[in-house]
Design a protein around this ligand. Structure first.
Ligand code: GLC
Length: 498
C-alpha cells in the first residue's frame, strides 16, 4: 500500500488462505503466490495501461509461517468489532517480490491449527474472523480498495460483509470471487456467522441451505465471479458440476468469467530444475532419458526398449478419479507399461493404491507421500502423466508435465480440457477421454501407448507440449482488464453516474 502522486492507482486487495512460498497446501497456494506478483509485474511493463496497479496480498499468519522464522515487521494492531464485544487483530508485513503481504493474527487463528483442519467449527471461525479482519485492515490503514479479490469459501465472506446494508466504506469497491473448487463451500459455518454478526442472506435466488454458507454468500455478493478455467465456468452452470448451485449460477451467468491459471515458469523449468539428474530443453530432448533411467533405478524397475513409464502425481481423493486407475490398468495388463504413483490423501485410496502396486510387483510402484523433489523427477523422467479427474477447475500438474515433455492422459473436464490438445495427426499435446469410467480411461491410455511406439510422433508431441505458453503473464493481463472493468462499473453503479 503506497501512494503515488502522479499516476492514478487502482488498489486491489487480494485475499487468500494460502500463498506460496509463505505457505502452500494446494493449488490455491500456487495461484495466490503467483498471480498478485504477475499482476504487478505486467502492470508495470504495460505502458498503454491507463492506470498503475497497487495490489497487496493478505493472508492469515498461520503457525507454520511463524515457525518458518521469517523476520516480520509488526505494522499495526486494531480491534474487530463484533456483537457484544471486539477481538484484537495484529498485522505483520512482508513482501513477495514487490508485492506487500499483510499477515493477520488473532485468537481465532490458532498457532497450532493446520491451514485447513478436519473440524468445520475451527475453520469457519478462523476464516470468518480473517475475512472480516482483512476488510477492517483497509480501514485501519486508510487504504480503500477499488477491487477486493477474494478466493474460495475461506475469504468469500469478505465480499458478503462489504455489501451489508450499513457498510458505506466499500460502496464503490468492486468485489471479485475466485472459484478454485466449487464443492468446498464452508459448510457448518452457521455458528461462526452468528458469532461475527453476519445474518443469513434473505435472497430468494439462493437455495435455502446455502443462505448461511460462506461460498454461496460470496457468490451472491460478488460483482464478478472468476473460475480458474473457461471450461469450468461453463461446467458450474450444469447439474453435474454445479454442486447444487447451478440454478443460482445460471442466473449470474453474465458475471461469470473463466481465466486460465498459469504456472511459475521460472520455478518449473526442465532446463534449470536442480532436482533433476539431467537438465534439458525441447532441443535436447534426448537428455531426458537419463532422468528416466535414474527413476527406474531408484524404484527398482527394469529398463526396457520403448517401454513407457506412466506416472501419477496427485492428491489421493475422490475429485482426482484415482479409483479409476486400478481397473483401467488391469484391463491393460496385456500391454507393456510401467507405473510410478506419487501421492497421499484418503486412507482408503492409499490402501487401494498399495494393493494395486502389490498386484504388479514387477512394474508398478506406489510412493504414498508428498515429495516435491520426486514429483519433479517424475515430470522429467516419466513418459505420460495420468489425470482421470472427476472434475478439475484448472489443474496445474498437466501444465507442468507438458512443460517437462511428459504427455498427459486426462479426462476432458475443466482446465484439463482447456490446456490439453488431443492428438490429431502429428499435432496434439496429450490424450483426452470423455467419461469417468475405467473403459474410457483405458482406451485413452491405449491410444497413448500406441502413439508412444511411434518415436517420431511422440517427439513431435513432446515438442508441441513444451512450446505451450503457460506463463502467468497471459492470465495476469486478463485479470487486469477485469479489475479495470469491474472497478469502473462499481463506481458508476453506486454513484449512479453514467
Ligand atoms: C484447486 C482445484 C485445481 C486448481 C487449483 C488452483 O485446487 O482443484 O483444479 O488448479 O485449485 O486454482
Amino acid at each position: 500500500m503506497h501512494a503515488n502522486g502522479t499516476t492514478r492507482q487502482l488498489k486491489v486487495l487480494y485475499l487468500a488462505a494460502e500463498a506460496y512460498p509463505l505457505i502452500k497446501v494446494g493449488g490455491l497456494g500456487d495461484v495466490a503466490g503467483s498471480l498478485p506478483r504477475a499482476v504487478r509485474a505486467v502492470a508495470h511493463q504495460e505502458t498503454e495501461l491507463p492506470i498503475d496497479i497497487d495490489i497487496c496480498l493478505v493472508l492469515p499468519f498461520h503457525g507454520s509461517i511463524q515457525r518458518h522464522g521469517r523476520s516480520l515487521r509488526r505494522l499495526a494492531s486494531y480491534n474487530l468489532a463484533l456483537p457484544g464485544g471486539s477481538l484484537p487483530v495484529e498485522v505483520r508485513e512482508t513482501r513477495l517480490d514487490e508485492v506487500p503481504v499483510y499477515l493477520l493474527s488473532g485468537a481465532p487463528i490458532s498457532q497450532e491449527a493446520p491451514v485447513y483442519s478436519d473440524d468445520a467449527g475451527v475453520d469457519s471461525y478462523k476464516y470468518t474472523y480473517f475475512s472480516l479482519a482483512a476488510l477492517e485492515l483497509t480501514r485501519a490503514l486508510a487504504w480503500t480498495p477499488d477491487v477486493v479479490h477474494a478466493n474460495d469459501w475461506h475469504t468469500a465472506l469478505a465480499l458478503y460483509a462489504m455489501r451489508r446494508g450499513e457498510e458505506a466504506t466499500f460502496a464503490c469497491s468492486a468485489g471479485l470471487l475466485g472459484v478454485h473448487n466449487l464443492p468446498y463451500m464452508g459448510d457448518g459455518s452457521g455458528a461462526a456467522l452468528r458469532a461475527f454478526g453476519l445474518p443469513p442472506a434473505d435472497d430468494e435466488r439462493l437455495p435455502r441451505w446455502a443462505r448461511s454458507t460462506p461460498l454461496p454468500l460470496g457468490l451472491l455478493a460478488a460483482d464478478h465471479i472468476v473460475t480458474v478455467s473457461p471450461q469450468y465456468a461453463r461446467e458450474i452452470l450444469t447439474p453435474e458440476y454445479g454442486a447444487g448451485l447451478d440454478g443460482f449460477l445460471a442466473g449470474r451467468k453474465d458475471s461469470i468469467h473463466g481465466i486460465l491459471n498459469g504456472i511459475d515458469t521460472r520455478q518449473w523449468n526442465p532446463a534449470s530444475d536442480i532436482a533433476l539428474a539431467a537438465n534439458y530443453t525441447a532441443e535436447t530432448l534426448e537428455r531426458r532419458a537419463a532422468n528416466k533411467a535414474t527413476l527406474l533405478d531408484e524404484f527398482g524397475l527394469q529398463e526396457g526398449e520403448r517401454l513407457p513409464l506412466l506416472a501419477v502425481v496427485s492428491r489421493l481423493e475422490a475429485q482426482k478419479g484415482i479409483d479409476l486407475l486400478p481397473p483401467a490398468l488391469e484391463a491393460l495388463a496385456g500391454e507393456a507399461w510401467q507405473l510410478i504413483l506419487l501421492g497421499s490423501g484418503s486412507h482408503e485410496l492409499e490402501e487401494a493404491m498399495r494393493q494395486f502396486a502389490g498386484r504388479f510387483p514387477e512394474r508398478a510402484r506406489a510412493a504414498l507421500r508428498f515429495d516435491s523433489g520426486l514429483s519433479r523427477r517424475l515430470y522429467a523422467g516419466a513418459d505420460m502423466l495420468l489425470l482421470p479427474s472427476r472434475y478439475e477447475p484448472c489443474g496445474l500438474s498437466q501444465m507442468i508435465a507438458m512443460r517437462y515433455g511428459c504427455l498427459p492422459v486426462a479426462r476432458a473436464v475443466g482446465g484439463l480440457r482447456d490446456t490439453i490438445h488431443d492428438v490429431h495427426g502429428s499435432t496434439g499435446t496429450g490424450f483426452l477421454f470423455a467419461e469417468a469410467t475405467p473403459q474410457d480411461f483405458a482406451s485413452a491410455i491405449r491410444r497413448a501407448l500406441d502413439a508412444y511406439q511411434d518415436a517420431a510422433l511422440w517427439e513431435s508431441m513432446q515438442r508441441n507440449a513444451m512450446a505451450q505458453d503457460f506463463s502467468w503473464e497471459r492470465s495476469a493481463k486478463e485479470y487486469i482488464h477485469l479489475y479495470l472493468h469491474a472497478s469502473k462499473e462499481a463506481k458508476q453503479k453506486r454513484r449512479g453516474s453514467p
